[in-house]
Each structure stands twice: as structure tokens, then as C-alpha cells.
Design a protein around this ligand. Structure first.
Ligand code: ADP
Length: 252
């Protein structure tokens, strides 16, 4: 497996507070890598340093063979970052927004093909504010793909979405990976991490306390003698919800 991101002894201090306390990890090319952890663990700080949006205190970050300290502008060209929604000019349609962003990136992009990829072709002439929550997230993911990046960073992409919309997004993220893009994602949903991620790093208090595949982490816990306190049913409430309201594409 080829390493695409290498983080060594990364430290971030805010004043005297150490938010990231010397973490090291590698991300492999083509994987979906999850950053998990409770609020305040240091996930966003780590993510934003890799995205070149925040200064680190010390440590070394290499992205696609480029050193973050030496070539931040070249790194920006090969990564995709979700833009702040405040940047979505209210008067423009999705089609126009993609054309505008393409121009900013100096790229020529087939806006309709990109909207098709995220299943928004029929919304091409709509404005961002006219979209549902799931559609907004899909559009936001489309914007990360405009510069044809090697790596995309997704910060809690399914927060606040209904179960169908979350499943649609999981499929989209898997499709993006299938096309060869490495995905770094943060989430608070463990089912999402289990479904999507090849490997996850669990952070707490600025440290990585575990890093492995979800499967291996679960097996390790079970082999340590852990048992669930009560018998697990063959389905859960989410299964009931999906069963009753349908799993197919909706207007989400
Ligand atoms: P997470 O994304 O895991 O919730 P963050 O990286 O946002 O964690 O924050 C890690 C810690 O650093 C938190 O205690 C947070 O309060 C602190 N922190 C984050 N950003 C700043 C900042 N700009 N100034 C001071 N402290 C910050």
C-alpha cells in the first residue's frame, strides 16, 4: 500500500493549551480514512492543518510527497476541501456556481457531469438555498471534486441528515473512492465509520488512542472478553425506519 499522507509528531498549541499532542499516522492511497473522537479531541485541528488552513506548532506533514511547510500551494492544487456555504453566492444556480468555482480553480469542468455524479442534474437551475439538507451536502461534496483532487477532506458530511440521505451520501463517497480518490472523513456516527472506513484513527485529548480497521478494533474488543450487556436483536430501530419509509432515492 502506498502512503499518500504522512503525519509525524504533529503538535498544535493554542496558547498554553496543547490541542494536538504529537500524533503520527499514515493514510494510504485510495482508502477511506476516518478520524473519530469526542468533541474537543483535536480532529478539526488535525484536519485543517492537513488542508493547509491552519498553522501547526511543530511536526512534519507530507502530502503526495510534498512537505506542507515547503509546498502548501502545490498541496492545495491536489486536495479537495468542502467550501464554506457562505461562499455560495445566493443569486447563482448550482450550474453557475460550479462554473464559477471552476474558473477560480483555473479548471475546465463539465458542470452537468459533476452534478450528475452527485445526482443533482434536475436541480442544475436551482439555487443552493432551494435544496434539501441531503442535496446541500451532495452539492458541497461536488465542489470538493472541481479541481480533480487526489484527496478529499469531508468534515461530518452526514450530520443532521435523515437515514436515507445518509445512505445516499455513503454510496456517493464510496463511488468517489472507486474512482481513485483518497477520502479523509470525520464523523460522530459509528455505524457510518463501520460502513465506510477502511481504517479509523480514534482521537481523544489530542492523542490517537487507536488506529486500525473497524473490524479489527471490534474483534480485539471481543477477544478481550467484552460482551454486550443484553442480547442484540436481529434488527434495530433504524432498520424499522428504513423498512417502513423505503430505501430508494427520494428528494433528499
Ligand atoms: P474536535 O474537532 O475533535 O472537536 P478541535 O480540533 O476543534 O476538536 O478542538 C480541539 C481543542 O482545541 C478543543 O479543546 C478546542 O476548544 C481547542 N481549540 C480549537 N480551536 C481553537 C482556537 N482557535 N483557539 C483556542 N482553542 C481552540
Amino acid at each position: 500500500m502506498k502512503t499518500i499522507i504522512s503525519v509525524q509528531d504533529l503538535v498544535k498549541n493554542y496558547g498554553i493549551f496543547q490541542a494536538v499532542t504529537g500524533i503520527s499516522f499514515n493514510v494510504y492511497e485510495g482508502e477511506i480514512f476516518g478520524l473519530l473522537g469526542p468533541n474537543g479531541a483535536g480532529k478539526s485541528t488535525t484536519l485543517e492543518i492537513m488542508e493547509t488552513l491552519r498553522q501547526k506548532t511543530s511536526g512534519e506533514v507530507m502530502i503526495c510527497g510534498m512537505n506542507l511547510d515547503e509546498e502548501p500551494d502545490n498541496i492545495k492544487k491536489i486536495i479537495g476541501v468542502q467550501l464554506q456555504t457562505s461562499g455560495y453566492y445566493p443569486g447563482l444556480t448550482l450550474f453557475e456556481l460550479i462554473q464559477l468555482f471552476s474558473g477560480l480553480y483555473n479548471e475546465t469542468v463539465d458542470a452537468m457531469a459533476l452534478l450528475k455524479m452527485v445526482n443533482l442534474t434536475d436541480k442544475a437551475k436551482n439555487k443552493y438555498k432551494e435544496l434539501s439538507g441531503g442535496q446541500k451536502q451532495r452539492f458541497s461534496i461536488a465542489t470538493t471534486l472541481i479541481n480533480k483532487p487526489k484527496i478529499i477532506f469531508l468534515d461530518e458530511p452526514t450530520t443532521g441528515l435523515d437515514p436515507q440521505a445518509r445512505r445516499n451520501l455513503w454510496q456517493l463517497i464510496k463511488d468517489i473512492r472507486t474512482q481513485g480518490t483518497t477520502v479523509i472523513i470525520t464523523t460522530h456516527y459509528m455505524d457510518e465509520a463501520e460502513q465506510l472506513c477502511d481504517r479509523i484513527a480514534i482521537m481523544d485529548e489530542g492523542k490517537i488512542i487507536s488506529l486500525d480497521s473497524p473490524d479489527k478494533m471490534i474483534d480485539d474488543l471481543v477477544s478481550s472478553g467484552f460482551e454486550r450487556p443484553k442480547q442484540v436483536k436481529a434488527a434495530n430501530l433504524e432498520d424499522v425506519f428504513i423498512h417502513l419509509t423505503g430505501k430508494g432515492m427520494r428528494d433528499n
